[in-house]
Design a protein around this ligand. Structure first.
Ligand code: AMP
Length: 185
């Protein structure tokens, strides 16, 4: 989607603060370190406004009931997006971290498997949900989270990501769910 001018202000300067760290956490990975961007108030405010935009319609009215953030940088970005939209925040966590009854989805990693969970009572059937995370890489995390939302009987309204690693084709994993990314690499 095209961001409204109010949501795009200061975004280029904010995204320029993301640092590239070669060979972290293992050789061959170019890690996108968002901590310098988070540490800058104007940059953080610009990014939160831009990630919140897919939760509004053209008139600016809020059209989602919850924001979901994926562990762990999705928590940092998703909670202020939820506040900006005036809705609640729901964490999607790695297996074994949530204390009450959960739904779980497992998905393949390059080596092995990962499982994500959400509390069974975190969403009401029919809730419209905005997913927020920092990086869309293979799309496995986003796909698993969409599946979790569907297990809850809720609807994914949109996915909002800080950046997309285009060469990994994560967009295909998301299917027809609208995707907003602030930066494509
Ligand atoms: P994926 O499931 O492959 O789309 O990976 C997405 C998750 O892995 C996100 O939660 C990111 O935080 C993290 N991630 C993947 N690749 C990178 C990268 N190059 N730099 C920083 N984080 C990454």
């Amino acid at each position: 989607m095209t961001l409204p001018a109010s949501a795009a202000a200061g975004l280029d300067e904010a995204l320029a603060l993301i640092a590239d760290v070669p060979d972290f956490p293992e050789p061959g990975i170019l890690f996108k370190d968002i901590t310098p961007m988070l540490a800058d108030h104007a940059a953080l405010a610009a990014v939160v406004a831009a990630l919140a935009a897919p939760g509004r319609d053209d008139s600016g009215a809020v059209v989602v009931d919850k924001v979901l953030g994926m562990e762990s940088r999705g928590f940092i970005l998703g909670a202020p997006v939820a506040l900006a939209l005036g809705v609640g925040f729901v964490p999607v966590r790695k297996a074994g971290k949530l204390p009450r009854a959960t739904y779980a989805v497992s998905y393949a990693l390059e080596y092995g498997e990962a499982t994500l969970e959400v509390h069974q009572d975190a969403l009401e059937p029919g809730d419209r949900v905005l997913l927020v995370d920092d990086v869309l890489a293979t799309g496995g995390t986003a796909r698993a989270t969409i599946d979790l939302v569907e297990q809850c009987g809720a609807d994914v309204h949109a996915v909002a990501m800080l950046m997309e690693l285009g060469f990994l084709s994560g967009r295909a994993a998301i299917g027809t769910v609208p995707l907003t990314t602030l930066l494509t690499i």
